[in-house]
Design a protein around this ligand. Sequence first.
Ligand code: G4P
Length: 528
Amino acid sequence: MSEITTEAARRRTFAIISHPDAGKTTLTEKFLLYGGALTAGAGAVKARGGRRSATSDWMEMEQQRGISITSAALQFDYRGRILNLLDTPGHRDFSEDTYRVLAAADAAVMVLDAAKGIEPQTLKLFEVCREREIPFMTFINKWDRPGRGALELLDEIERTLIVEPTPVTWPVGLAGEFKGIIDRATGDFIRFERTARGSTVAPEEIVAPDRAEMEEGEVWASASEESDLLEMLDRNIDTKTFLAGESTPVFFGSALTNFGIRALLDGVVDLIPSPAPRPLADGSRRPLDSDFSGLVFKVQAGMDKAHRDRIAFVRVCSGEFKRGMIAVGGGTGRQFSTKYAQTLFGQERETVDLAYPGDIVGLVNANEVRVGDAIYAGEPCEFPVLPAFAPEHFMVARVKDTSKFKQFRKGIAQLDEEGAVQVLRDPDIGDQAPVLAAVGQLQFEVAVSRLENEFGAPVELTATRYTIARTTDAASAPELRAMQGVDVLQRANGLHLALFESRYWMDRVLADHPHLTLQRMVAEGGLF
Ligand code: G4P
């Protein structure tokens, strides 16, 4: 094996998805604790009060609103492996961002609150996972609090998500009276001890089944009965169906008290596949040990007011990334230097000199690259197009003070490149009054706030009549444009979007003019 394939084999690249408040941030902090990357206590992941001055206003907004918009990538070691954890935004309005982050991940961990089970947002994010066809594990969190029965939760996963839950661990003690877990592979009881506020690793004692029966009595008996039942039903981990997204390994625990965290991390290492050659747009795969290539899955500007820069987050897909190497941005074909390459540790930045497949690199000032672009050295390559989500909200943006038009135009272009909102233009009107199209309303709030604070261009948004969009082409555009209640606008990449006042009207147009090109976009209708 080459050094590159050896390094790739050590990596696990995954994302956590959850409904807000299920415990994603707490779990992330505990992963870092178990990886030895956090010495005591939590707080490296969420920006705390003292740091606020260094963060931009819209990050303040996300703190106030309790939502997570900025996705950070964290790297830590565990059991000799290197884990790359991609954070996903928790709010449904940013599900398109989640989709892009998942494009850079090899698997996901879905976190559920034991008292709530599958919540609306869990379902939506799960659908994004399914759309991307990536395997996912399930962590049932907050078992230290009164919640629902373990079998009932499994049943809900199976019914709602149509996947087979295969528990790797099983809780001993009802929700709220958590004693430990059964390791279903060995049958042993892993007993936990609480630590003060969960700030250190929870001491674990491995207890053989007969001793567990003596010491825990009734509680152990009913847990092991349930585990035996699962055995009878053949609810055991199955790699093939897991990788196909048809079954999900389930872990129980409590991120707050650290119960079950080690078992979950072991699952991440043992079950999640290491980076493999990724498919390219032409259907071929670029071998891991060939020239460097990476996928841009997120572009973000203004992360830090003090720096005012733009970072392109790249997942290394093949080869070796060396800071300072000359790379080519697939979108423009232009070369650029990678002198400023960083990783983010929560809010902190660190320089990265070397990265391997599966790693995430933040390239500062990699201007002109867009989400979905390939970056490469040597042999050119292109990744399959990341589909745009169907926007359902459309607003016209105008600058309030016309002397700020230049800033407005720059800001709008930036938001478009980042994919923070989709920017649509009427070719006859141009940049004066672009239509901002979003999957969720919160995207507009972020856009308005950033245009004002980052670019110094306060804007006014006015509602439009449109509620649904389809992609179309130049040939169909004139006929559609001539119809009432329909408009055709264009994105910067040339894509034509036909906007309709209502689904009913769109269906009529489709039925009456079958020769027109009108295509569905990802995540429409049933999904969102
Ligand atoms: P999120 O990122 O998914 O939105 O969730 P986050 O980790 O912020 O957790 C949401 C709340 O749930 C927090 O409480 C957190 O302490 C709590 N929590 C997380 N894991 C567990 C767990 O295993 N058991 C229990 N009992 N609670 C858990 P908060 O009061 O909103 O915030 P904080 O003041 O504790 O920070």
